[in-house]
Design a protein around this ligand. Structure first.
Ligand code: ADP
Ligand code: MG
Length: 377
């Protein structure tokens, strides 16, 4: 258990600790990206980041800190200190060793003691509304985990820190992404982290940089904690366009809508086509029309149910997504299927489009306001 329930308490204690050690310590101005406290002593100027979270600091968080330190904006800093109230994952130490990181020191703060970790060396915009996205369908194997992970990746590419919550008993997210990953920024910008947690590890106040929480739901509705389903602002329901499955899929989606509505009357529900073969325009057009017609009755009753036309946004079939778990076979570092092949990454384009679509077609502020007006919902 962490000693400090609140991030500011932790920062203050750390600041005082370093001042007693002869450093001049200054809190970074509010909304500063990349570090929390600046330390000056003699010729040293150190950027320090402090993590009060109760889960261990993961390698993605270290990588983000290193990315910050390497930016021209951080040129005045001679090195960085990364302090944690809960320690570090083993992969952080592996990262320090394999990447030969020499200008960052890791410290754990426990029971009023600062311990420098072994030997080697002693967000984007201010947070607005936290958005909860559930990826849910009563059916297995249609892409919930794939979509959760890569949607998180697309938000991270846009500069948002994302928390991915694994609600599925199979824990596939943990297997595929470990404790999390760092997505480097584009055009020299600071990147963002995707942090993987189980539902008991999640506390909003411990991840103040987080803008988006994505839940990879269990296909068994009752296995998903109701407290999460109630929070969803959006719910994404993956499906596929295949002729034999079309009626079955329509029925699955109908049941999925009903299940979500038992606990949440405000979430905007979006059906998204996965495994889309864009080289079959004629067949797609026919299948899409049938599937869409299946939903029209249902959607008429619930104005917050949407069918995303796959011609606008779909997740295309790609070998990258099919094999994206291959790194676990190779014992390789956790990663998303955003690697380019011949300069193009279908998944990256598709998921960035999905992020844009969601931001365009929802109004979270309105949903929240309605919730406040109707406390029984
Ligand atoms: N768009 C896609 N293109 C290719 N393969 C995909 C795509 N989406 C999912 N897959 C593959 O389908 C399988 C099932 O996906 P998964 O996300 O695990 O489904 P779920 O979480 O709903 O059980 C995985 O092997 C995944 O790699
Ligand atoms: Mg899954």
């Amino acid at each position: 258990m962490p000693q400090f329930e609140k991030d500011p308490d932790f920062k203050t204690v750390i600041l005082q600790h370093f001042e007693q050690d002869g450093w001049t310590a200054t809190l970074a101005p509010p909304n500063t990206l990349g570090y929390d406290i600046e330390l000056v002593r003699g010729s040293e100027c150190v950027a320090m980041q402090v993590k009060s979270q109760r889960a261990k600091v993961h390698a993605g968080q270290l990588e983000k800190f290193i990315d910050f330190l390497e930016r021209p904006a951080a040129a005045k800093f001679t090195r960085g200190f990364l302090l944690s109230a809960s320690g570090f994952t083993p992969s952080v130490f592996t990262y320090m060793r394999t990447e030969e990181v020499v200008d960052v020191a890791l410290g754990s703060f426990r029971e009023d003691q600062l311990v420098w970790e072994d030997g080697d060396i002693p967000p984007p915009q201010p947070k607005a509304q936290l958005t909860y996205i559930g990826v849910f369908t009563c059916k297995g194997g249609v892409g919930k985990t794939t979509i959760s992970a890569h949607l998180a990746g697309a938000f991270a590419l846009n500069g948002y820190d994302v928390v991915l919550i694994d609600l599925d008993r199979q824990s596939n997210l943990r297997k595929l992404l470990g404790d999390g990953v760092y997505i480097p920024g584009r055009r020299g910008g600071l990147g963002a982290t995707i942090t993987v947690l189980n539902h008991t590890e999640w506390r909003e106040e411990e991840y103040p940089d987080t803008r988006v929480v994505i839940c990879d739901c269990s296909p068994e509705y009752d296995a998903n904690p109701e407290a999460f389903i109630e929070k969803f602002n959006y719910c994404l329901i993956p499906t596929t366009l295949n002729p034999l499955g079309i009626n079955k899929n329509a029925d699955v989606i109908r049941r999925t809508f009903a299940a979500v509505r038992r606990s949440n009357s405000n979430a905007e529900l979006f059906v998204i086509v996965n495994n889309y073969h864009s080289d079959e325009p004629r067949r797609n057009e026919v299948l899409n029309r049938i599937l869409k017609t299946e939903f029209e009755t249902l959607m008429a009753d619930d104005p917050k149910c949407h069918y995303i036309d796959p011609e606008t946004v779909a997740i295309r079939f790609s070998k990258q997504l099919l094999y994206w778990g291959y790194h676990i076979v190779e014992n390789d570092k956790p990663q998303l299927a955003f690697r380019e092949i011949g300069g193009r990454s279908l998944p990256r384009v598709d998921f960035l489009k999905l992020v844009d679509y969601l931001e365009d077609h929802t109004n979270i502020e309105t949903a929240k306001a309605q919730e406040a007006l109707a406390p029984n919902n």
